[in-house]
Ligand binder design. Structure first.
Ligand code: GCB
Length: 608
């Protein structure tokens, strides 16, 4: 089994950071495979490319920025001779959207899906005590089977172009760190935890997988580094008396140290910080440690100037500071799994995360956000290929996501799709399988949800009953009856909410999207759409509606910050629904949110 453990050094583990400048070239005719590029790229064609980063926004010419097709990276890494006899693992935190990896000319891995890690074990091909050549062929084409979904247009000259069925720029490349992870031959492969509470004490069921029958020990240390509990065996229970729980915006992280022992000799060691908390949906409440919580926060993107979707720890840090400043307690990883370092920061800062997979664009239109508002219906799930290949890719990604993120305290729900088509019968069995798989894979059996597009209304949607939390993306007053028609938008919004109310679903509802495009600095009295004044009026209208339904238990505005999209008549250099600009400065409405969110109690509208 491939290990999804986050790379960490320990007494038995080593890491080599492979970030930096790699060689890079485009391969528009897909000739690299036949021309032996796996043994080294043609120096005449290569340029230098930073890793991690999206390749797109470095370029000054449009063909390169918009490039769609195969493209290659190459570097070399030194493997010291003293590591002979260990497992040498080459780990990509992601490769967008698919990759074939060669080491010293040998194929060592292939991976589909651009937002989750994969590892190649390269023991057999390593050149010990010498340099090893690493060549990767990536591809960023979109199709009905890719997550995210889209299409690829081919011009008459053979050039390709990405046509996403989603509203974010199709950034690609080695967008997250690449590392060598050196582990012992007998190693800890994975571990899972599931917590419950008994009065002031916590009980953590755990399961460790290893590839040996050596003895497993689990030790738990508190934040002062005191050993507070211990257990042995691959499976068991750890009881902590007077447990210090991980609470919303008030995190506490124990260190779980896992040891693989051969008698008294340490074979492998792995540590991770774990927050102890429970998550449950009860009636219309979302409970953390049996206490109701109202979600306040954002749909986000991994997106910034120059780096595109490339991992940028400084931007990540700024985002958390802004989320704390504004009084948020949660976010959704719209529309793909985020870098592991973001999940770790959410654990540390006590944020609640709805962890979304890249199943977006399952509504066949470049402007689905528009078309769904007009009531347009398109079938997506009736295609054979969707029921076979897309579903297989979706399931594989879900397995990887849950394997990667299952132990994070911050993850309180899985979002299994964003704005899929839900109105055709063929959607139903697809949903059933995906939702069941999530339940089966998650050791903590967290709530599952999906974000529902405008035309997934109570009368038309055939899939909402799969969700444990009903997540609505609604744009009344923007895509639907914007501007002076806002009063009508409000009536329509209330009408839909009344329909949901009449269904008595007895489940929490949250708004996973609502928002209005706003050009920072555009002021207009009276307001017009796109002005800062309109953004505020629009949002105040949303708040009035949210506040009048008891079963609404959260609001995550679209979007945290302005972000890049495909160019087009609907977007002015990107989507401008940010509460912050792309440079992470507040628009006027940020202060409205700050006031509201700082004054709403954590258990706002709770029933328990
Ligand atoms: C949506 C999508 C999101 C878009 C947003 C918008 O419904 O889920 O990806 O960016 O609308 O701004 O149109």
């Amino acid at each position: 089994m491939e290990s999804m453990l986050y790379p960490r050094t320990s007494r038995t583990r080593r890491i080599v950071d492979m970030n930096g400048l790699w060689k890079f070239c485009f391969d528009p005719k897909s000739e690299g495979m036949n021309n032996d590029w796996k043994n080294g790229l043609d120096p005449k064609r290569t340029i230098e490319m930073p890793v991690p980063a999206s390749f797109n926004d470095f370029f000054t010419d449009k063909e390169s920025r918009e490039y769609t097709g195969d493209f290659w990276y190459e570097t070399s890494v030194f493997v010291p001779g003293e590591w002979e006899g260990k497992n040498i693992n080459l780990r990509f935190d992601c490769a967008t959207h698919r990759a074939i990896v060669f080491v010293n000319g040998e194929k060592v891995a292939t991976h589909e899906g651009g937002f989750l890690p994969f590892t190649a074990r390269i023991n057999d091909v390593v050149n010990w005590n010498g340099y090893n050549q690493v060549v990767v062929c990536l591809n960023n084409e979109l199709s009905h089977t890719s997550l995210p979904a889209g299409s690829t247009k081919v011009f008459s000259d053979g050039t390709k172009m990405s046509k996403p069925f989603f509203d974010f720029y199709n950034y690609a490349g080695l967008q997250r760190p690449v590392r060598l992870v050196v582990t012992p031959k007998d190693e800890i492969v994975d571990f899972a935890v599931n917590h419950s509470l008994e009065g002031a004490n916590s009980i953590t069921e755990y399961e460790v997988s290893t590839d040996s029958d050596k003895k497993v020990l689990v030790q738990v240390y508190d934040e002062d580094k005191n050993l507070v509990a211990e257990a042995s065996g691959k499976k068991g229970e750890i009881k902590i008396s007077d447990a210090h729980l991980w609470e919303v915006r008030n995190a506490y992280l124990y260190t779980f140290r896992i040891l693989l022992m051969d008698q008294e000799t340490l074979v492998d060691e792995y540590e991770e910080e774990i927050g102890i908390r429970t998550v449950e949906v009860k009636g219309t409440d979302i409970l953390i440690n049996n206490k109701p919580v109202y979600l306040k926060g954002f749909g986000k993107h991994e997106d910034s100037e120059i780096n595109g979707r490339g991992f940028n720890l400084a931007v990540v840090k700024r985002d958390f500071e802004l989320m704390k400043w504004i009084g948020a307690n949660s976010f959704r990883t719209s529309h793909y799994p985020y870098a592991e370092e973001i999940m770790q920061m959410a654990d540390r800062e006590g944020f609640l995360v709805i962890d979304e997979i890249a199943a977006v664009g399952f509504f066949e239109s470049l402007m689905n956000f528009m078309e769904a508002s007009t009531g347009k219906k398109t079938e997506f799930f009736s295609r054979d290929i969707v029921q076979t290949e897309t579903k297989a890719n979706h399931k594989a990604a879900l397995k990887e996501l849950i394997a990667r993120d299952k132990n994070h305290a911050c993850v309180i729900a899985w979002s299994l799709m964003n704005e899929p088509e839900t109105t055709s019968d063929s959607a139903v069995p697809y949903f059933k399988e995906i939702f069941e798989l999530a339940r089966e894979l998650d050791p903590q059996k967290r709530p599952r949800t999906f974000a529902m597009v405008m035309n997934s209304t109570p009368d038309a949607c055939k899939c909402y009953s799969f969700s444990d939390i009903i997540s609505l993306n609604r744009y009344y007053g923007w895509y639907n009856r914007g501007g002076y028609e806002m009063k009508e938008a409000k009536e329509l919004f209330i009408k839909e909410m009344d329909q949901w109310k009449e269904l008595h679903l007895n489940k929490p509802f949250i708004f996973t999207e609502f928002g209005a495009d706003t050009m920072a600095g555009v002021h207009k009295l009276p307001s017009v759409m796109w002005s800062e004044e309109y953004q505020e009026e629009y949002l105040n209208m949303q708040f009035e509606v949210f506040d009048s339904y008891d079963f609404v238990k959260g609001e995550q505005v679209w979007n945290f910050a302005d972000f890049q999209t495909t160019e087009g008549i609907m977007r002015v250099n990107g989507n401008k629904k940010g509460i912050f600009t792309r440079n992470r400065q507040p628009k006027a409405v940020a202060y409205v949110f700050k006031k509201r969110w700082e004054s709403l109690p954590q258990n706002y509208k709770s029933i328990s």
